[in-house]
Ligand binder design. Sequence first.
Ligand code: NAP
Length: 245
Amino acid sequence: MSAPRTVIVTGGSRGLGQGIVQSFLDAGDRVATCSRSETDAVRAWQSDPQYADRFLFREADLADREQSTQFVKDVLTEWKSVDVLINNAGVARDGILALFSDEDTDTVIDLNLKATIHVTRQVVRNMLVHGGGRIVNISSIVGLTGYRGLTVYGATKAALDGFTRALARELGSRKVTVNSIASGYLRTEMSHGLDGGQLDQIVRRTPAGRLGEPADIARAIDFLVDPRNDWITGQVLVVDGGLTA
Ligand code: NAP
């Protein structure tokens, strides 16, 4: 078995992030995560003796610069270096652009884009000092194909893919790979915003015939962060059951 890695997964308290945290814990890694509130999943990890010294949770609103800075500081104080960063925390607000509020626009951009950039910048400084790392940004097929009612969300996810490509160029020679996973529609709270008709239509149009599960994305992450995969960087890997094929 390979040496345990130190992993940050943002927004790991539920949904996709919860599945990603569990997958790294199952692999024997040390995992730090944060969200604005604790969940049963977080409490279960905290009280499970097998994760006693390799699970760290902080309540933090990543859209708040001070709180996101403190979260990364706490991880570095505890474990000194970060090997893997999974930028998963994200928020969607539904509504046609003509009626979209400034507040919703800021909420989506502040978390999906600005917080991701800020957390990544802090972690990258550490990865440069420690000689390498793996970064995976969770984007979305909405950033590739667009989806009515998700214009601002789609803009942030397309921007994340651009961020991935540029950062991969900056860090390629420093043994840090940076990739995006453009996820298809998953069965999480976020997709509860879609009505039954929309979800049925998505499933009908998906060659694999179902919505995605967090484990579908966690397996793709596992591949991208494998230490042997140091020649895959700056890519957007679409994991969507074939919906955009
Ligand atoms: P989710 O079920 O809504 O979970 C989002 C996670 O992020 C939660 O842990 C949430 O905890 C945390 N979070 C939200 N706002 C935060 C903030 N300001 N600061 C810190 N943490 C925050 O969403 P999901 O479906 O798992 O989505 C995860 C990622 O996958 C997102 O980037 C999303 O865009 C992407 N994605 C999802 C789908 C889908 O169909 N679900 C498809 C493509 C891509 P708190 O609310 O307690 O803070």
